[in-house]
Design a binder for this molecule. Sequence first.
Ligand code: SAM
Ligand code: SF4
Length: 317
Amino acid sequence: MRLAVTDRCNLRCFYCMPEEGINYLPKNDLLTFEEILRVTTIFANQGISKIRITGGEPFLRKDMMQFLESISAIPAIKKIHITTNGTLLIDKIPKLKALGINSINLSLDSLDKKRFHEITRRDDLDKVMEAMHALIAANIQVKINMVVMDGKNTEDVITMLELAKDFPVDVRFIEEMPFNGTKGQGNPTFWSHKTILEHIKTKYADIQKLKDPAFSTSMNYQIPNFKGTFGIIAAYSRTFCGTCNRIRLTPQGTLKTCLYDNGVFNIRDLMRAGATDEDLIIALQEALNHRAKDGHEAEQNRNKNFPVSESMATIGG
Ligand code: SAM
Ligand code: SF4
């Protein structure tokens, strides 16, 4: 289960959010940490054992570290992962290590300062790099998420890949999805998972396919003598839907059984109307029983008044 704990962010990645004019959710509309903990505990007892905390930027949310402590104390939760832009991380790393956080996904789309700034509309590359090195030093598993976008950062694919040559990190190249808070994709020409792989092969012909972990959304590879690995996520082509077992909870409590659906029910409204634990379990089971067969069907089934146009910050990626 992916928990997007806030829709707020301190960056403005152009593929995720418009630069200005963002209507953040009123605070009362956000699930409280108590509500998120209640849902997580109930669903964990139904078999969910892996949580990913995301956002918006999760570390912007007040009392985040205390929340992580509470989540990690739920006995049935076996793995906790976090996706973050890394800018607010540095002082929290010892505590994350102590809590046993299993891995951190850092979003990083370029190692070039100018392009990082153009993409995120902020000048925080140094902070992200500092966080990456500190996580590696603390022996916390690091995955790097790079959204590959024609005309924006394709010249960085090889330099980003080579992070895995020098460091034990997993670099993941992600197809751009149309969730930038406006209608459509941000780029004129789309780089698919195939284009990304072909591009990598022009420099590294001897890549080896790794066995993908169960339920993985990434296709994973290794290059001889690299300390880390790399993966490609066909997030727009949606090649992995057959084995996807993720559910998502948005900051305002919408439960999604697919990134591309527009929500199955709102668990915040149910809880605030007095739903029992049993009611919530029934709602979850009902949602899972009617899950779309893949992301294309989920997109087609969307309420026509809500075409894909929301910001990824309100979904969590
Ligand atoms: N703020 C955190 C971060 O950036 O890592 C967590 C939230 S962010 C929405 C989660 C992930 O979604 C990030 O890795 C980001 O790159 C990815 N993402 C956001 N918008 C996207 C888009 N339009 N297409 C593909 N990936 C996207
Ligand atoms: Fe913020 Fe993450 Fe969206 Fe970038 S991708 S604007 S860091 S929520």
